[in-house]
Design a protein around this ligand. Structure first.
Ligand code: HIF
Length: 303
């Protein structure tokens, strides 16, 4: 049961193009007592990334344009399990500001959530369309499979146009949120404070002794729980996905893991750049920033 959240009375309908009003209402939707760790922020970030992360540079298909997750073909992809929760949380914002496209709302929600959770500013521009171009629809299977290794990570992220450094920078987003048994089948948070953005993910990846653990559903993850704590004071174990672990062992990824563990500012800067690039995949703009590859009339509402 998802609590429908009612926006506060000060929240008013807005003029088309008033993205500041939308940002405010997204921020108001983050606070979710009783849900996960009390915030919808992590699942908003995952929604933004999954909406964009289907992009294929070579065929120029997929990406956040079109908000394809509204439809079963993409929304029902097992890789997207659980993201209906995020979309439902954002529905009152869409109702309040019906002029914004879903494609813009979902990407903006990730940007606002990141900032509210202590992360950096990600440059975000509007203009995505909700028009679904059937020839641009991504097939399933474009999002990463956490059971796999470095080759798979490179195959998925090179396809979008990212390099090794950007793959590691992006991966720091697993500082936020958790695996859910009833969504991906993985279990638990990566860090102790999973609603606060930081470079803790990289530090823990390098410094804790991770033990392989096979879950009841057959999935493999890595687990840490503080051996010093007595049984009755044990905290929820932390986890790493197999794809997170390879960042520490791969010779081209690991130097970046060390850099980001040591230098939070560098991580924030590189993360903001890479995440901003992710949200722009497949969007083409003119010099004013207006989108040129959609028929979206709202593309002009850049202030
Ligand atoms: Fe995730 N990711 N991601 N991810 N992800 C999960 C959760 C989150 C991968 C797998 C998973 C990125 C890359 C990859 C977030 C953000 C980003 C889960 C658990 C899995 C299995 C989902 C669940 O059960 O609810 C893999 C294999 C990736 C390739 C490296 C991005 C860089 C790290 C691109 C990214 O930004 C966030 C945030 C969550 C937490 C969601 C939540 O509901 O708490």
């Amino acid at each position: 049961q998802i609590n429908r959240y009612f926006l506060s009375a000060e929240s008013m309908a807005s003029q088309p193009g008033d993205y500041a009003a939308v940002r405010k209402d997204i921020a108001a939707q983050l606070n979710k007592p009783g849900y996960d760790d009390g915030s919808a922020g992590p699942v908003f970030l995952r929604l933004a990334w999954h909406s964009a992360g289907t992009y294929d540079l070579e065929t120029d298909t997929g990406g956040s344009n079109g908000a394809g997750m509204r439809y079963e073909a993409e929304g029902g992809d097992p890789a997207n399990a659980g993201l209906q929760v995020a979309r439902t949380f954002l529905e009152p914002v869409k109702e309040r500001h019906p002029w914004i496209t879903y494609a813009d709302l979902w990407t903006l929600a990730g940007v606002v959530a990141l900032k509210e959770m202590g992360g950096p500013d990600v440059k975000w521009l509007p203009g995505r369309t909700d028009y679904v171009d059937d020839s641009k629809l991504p097939p399933r299977g474009r999002l990463p499979d956490a059971e796999q290794g470095a080759d798979h990570l490179r195959q998925i992220f090179y396809r979008m146009g990212f390099n090794d450094q950007e793959i590691v920078a992006l991966s720091g987003a697993h500082n936020l949120g958790r695996g859910h048994m009833d969504r991906s089948g993985y279990d638990g948070p990566w860090v102790n404070n999973p609603t606060r953005f930081s470079n803790q993910f990289f530090k823990l990846l390098l410094n804790l002794e991770w033990k392989p653990r096979t879950l009841s559903n057959g999935l493999k993850q890595f687990s840490y729980s503080d051996p010093e704590l007595p049984e009755d004071e044990k905290e929820e174990p932390l986890m790493m996905l197999p794809t997170d672990m390879v960042l520490a062992s791969d010779p081209a990824f690991s130097p970046w893991v060390k850099k980001y563990a040591d230098d939070k500012d560098l991580f924030f800067k590189d993360f903001a750049k890479a995440f901003g690039k992710l949200l722009e995949l497949g969007i083409k703009r003119d010099e004013q920033g207006n989108v040129t590859n959609t028929d979206n009339v709202l593309g002009g509402y850049i202030s």
